[in-house]
Unconditional design. Structure first.
Length: 640
């Protein structure tokens, strides 16, 4: 064996190699030691360091404003001090160490693949977070039916800074292709693999003991927090997903509400009651038809507003003269976004904390608005312009109690815009359906969802009626204005049809946004639009709640409320006795209350509270609702 070959054969462990890689006296060759380090250790170290850099970049994005720009100071949104970089490195070393089970060039390609897969996970998390303020979870795998509808929306979540995530992969790939001798002498060593894994896991466990078991409460490594960012920052993006898989497995185990938990739920509902005497709104619309229109991405800031002297929502604005209008009404959707709005409107139950309620628990039992109205001889129907599998809404709304559910397959799909049939074609076809219901002389409840004003707000040019500058028209904000203006126009035609057919004489129509729109997805871009106006910077998460009745004198309510309050408020107007929903509705009747608040999905309390104990109790409602859904509590309580 020549000196050079002997140097290349250096193997200080002496384990897991073939005879041709062994040298008689390897410890005497410092040059061979350097070569051994380059061939066997350097690439693993570089992969670990580049992934560590990506973790810091990722956290600096998701903990910053709308995950669009990087802020190093926010990269460690953690209760652990100092920043747990060694925990991050230990998490990375576990999959990277698998490379020691590969020999020769296979080591290089394995580490590149490992880097690629983790990078793709980070990018997927970034895109999901920008849209839903949460991260990819096992529950998302059950939502693949949404992908055909959401492809354009998903792509719009990418940002130029995301290219940094893949820059190193390009370099490594080029090196791998042109440096074909690189890592050829890497040897296979189960011993080093086991040693690395044991050390990494031992360090993570040590930190778990130090922070979780012996900490003071504010320093916790493994924690299911109200903010997924906190758990992500403590455990690293990779550790977060391992922990999330563990929690997913735990949550799949069938459990019942314990007697103690049941008592806690009942006590919470009892303390929630205000027991106020009835007022002029009680049963105001008793026996009348109810039409609820959930408008995609309708934010409150566009109402009664103009752009370049043009009114954005002229038809909705007109309705306010004959409506009960709540302008401090907040979105409370979580991971299920639009489907969570369906849920809260019809059940007054907060959505679950992780995943989409309609995907995870589509067959749950609720004491719902359609069921309450069915008891009063109403026919009930839910109508969507998309596929029944989108957010799994069709089976879920059937379980909630709608007697009939209609999806896009029931319509003439003569015109599609964005995710489905256009609002113009859709509402035009719904008009005759409602006219037939009116002729049946039986009260009905129709729950109607619109879709065209969904992000990325790419309305076709022929429907862009607002005269905007070229720069504004090409921006997401301008696209949003155009999309909402289009939907408003179609709602105007729809209301005219209902009025001409006499439907509005005996119907109450409710309009609200399923969630915010341009601020929810593109707030970073909104802030960059020039020249800038203050009114469009309103990222308060407010959506309008409008309850219209022809001939009624309008009233504007500045009381703070949220989507969870829709059912109690509508039930009160429709003459449903409060005792019917007092122990199942997490919201309150906004027309007969002394409380002024809303709790957002991130547990932020908005409004006034009598004291900290009241605030804490209302926030607790989100966790209790999660328990109610996961254990199907209402079914056990005898509801059908």
């Amino acid at each position: 064996m020549t000196q050079d070959n002997e140097d290349l054969a250096f193997n200080p462990s002496g384990l897991g190699t073939s005879n041709r890689y062994l040298a008689p006296k390897p410890w005497t060759h410092w040059k061979a030691g350097l070569i051994w380090l380059k061939e066997n250790i350097l690439l693993s170290v570089l992969t670990t360091l580049t992934l560590l850099g990506k973790f810091i970049l990722f956290l600096g994005l998701v903990n910053n404003d709308n995950a669009a720009t990087f802020d190093f100071t926010k990269a460690f949104f953690s209760f652990s001090s100092p920043p747990p970089l060694l925990v991050y490195a230990a998490m990375i070393l576990v999959p990277v160490s698998l490379g020691f089970l590969c020999q020769g060039r296979r080591r290089f390609w394995f580490l590149l693949l490992c880097n690629l897969l983790i990078t793709l996970l980070l990018i997927a998390d970034l895109m999901y977070y920008r849209g839903f303020n949460s991260f990819i979870s096992p529950y998302v795998l059950s939502q693949t039916t949404n992908l055909d509808n959401l492809s354009s929306s998903i792509i719009s979540m990418l940002r130029p800074i995301d290219l940094l995530m893949i820059s190193d992969l390009t370099v490594f790939l080029i090196l791998g292709l042109i440096g074909k001798s690189y890592s050829r002498q890497a040897f296979r060593s189960p011993a080093i693999f086991l040693m690395t894994v044991v050390l990494a896991i031992s360090y993570i466990y040590y930190q778990h003991v130090r922070l979780d078991l012996h900490g003071k409460g504010e320093q916790m490594l493994f924690r299911v927090s109200w903010s997924p960012n906190q758990t992500m920052s403590n455990l690293s993006p990779l550790g977060y997903h391992v922990f999330d898989l563990y929690n997913y497995y735990e949550n799949q185990q069938v459990k019942k509400v314990s007697p103690e938990q049941s008592a806690e739920i009942k006590e919470w509902f009892q303390q929630k009651q205000e027991n106020l005497p009835p007022n002029q709104f009680a049963g105001l619309f008793k026996g009348q038809n109810l039409i609820v229109i959930q408008v995609e991405s309708l934010e409150n800031f566009v109402l009664n507003q103009k752009i370049n002297g043009q009114v954005i929502t002229p038809n909705i604005n007109k309705l306010l003269a004959n409506s009960l209008y709540f302008s401090n009404f907040y979105e409370q959707v979580n991971n299920g976004t639009s489907s969570d709005a369906d849920l809260m409107t019809n059940t007054s139950v907060y959505p679950i904390r992780t995943g989409a309620t309609f995907f995870r628990f589509p067959n749950n039992t609720y004491n719902s608005l359609p069921k309450m109205l069915a008891e009063k001889k109403y026919t009930t129907m839910a109508i969507h312009p998309d596929k029944g599998a989108y957010w799994n809404w069709m089976p879920a709304l059937k379980a909630i109690g709608f007697q009939q559910t209609i999806d896009v397959t029931h319509f003439n799909q003569d015109e599609k815009i964005g995710l489905g049939i256009s609002d113009g074609s859709y509402l035009k076809q719904i008009g005759p359906m409602i006219e037939q219901e009116e002729k049946a002389k039986q009260p009905f409840y129709n729950f109607i969802v619109t879709l065209t004003s969904h992000n990325p707000f790419d309305l076709p040019l022929q429907y862009r009626k607002l005269n905007l500058s070229e720069e504004m028209n090409q921006s997401k904000l301008g696209g949003y204005f155009q999309s909402i203006h289009y939907t408003d126009e179609q709602l105007g035609y729809f209301f005219n049809t209902l009025d001409q057919n006499g439907v509005l004489n005996n119907s109450v129509v409710v309009i609200y946004g399923d969630h915010t729109g341009v601020h929810k997805y593109y707030n970073d871009e909104v802030k960059q639009v020039q020249p800038q106006e203050k009114w469009w910077l309103d990222d308060s998460k407010r959506i309008p709640l409008i309850i219209f009745h022809k001939g009624m004198t309008g009233q504007h309510f500045t009381l703070t409320g949220g989507q969870i309050d829709t059912l109690p408020t509508l039930a009160y107007l429709m003459g449903i006795d409060e005792s019917t929903y007092a122990n199942t509705a997490f919201g309150r009747n906004l027309l007969n209350t002394k409380k002024d608040f809303a709790v957002l999905a991130n547990k932020q309390y908005i409004g006034q509270a009598a004291g900290q104990s009241e605030k804490d109790r209302e926030i607790m409602g989100i966790d209790l609702a999660n328990l109610v859904i996961e254990r199907n509590y209402f079914k056990d309580q005898g509801y059908k």
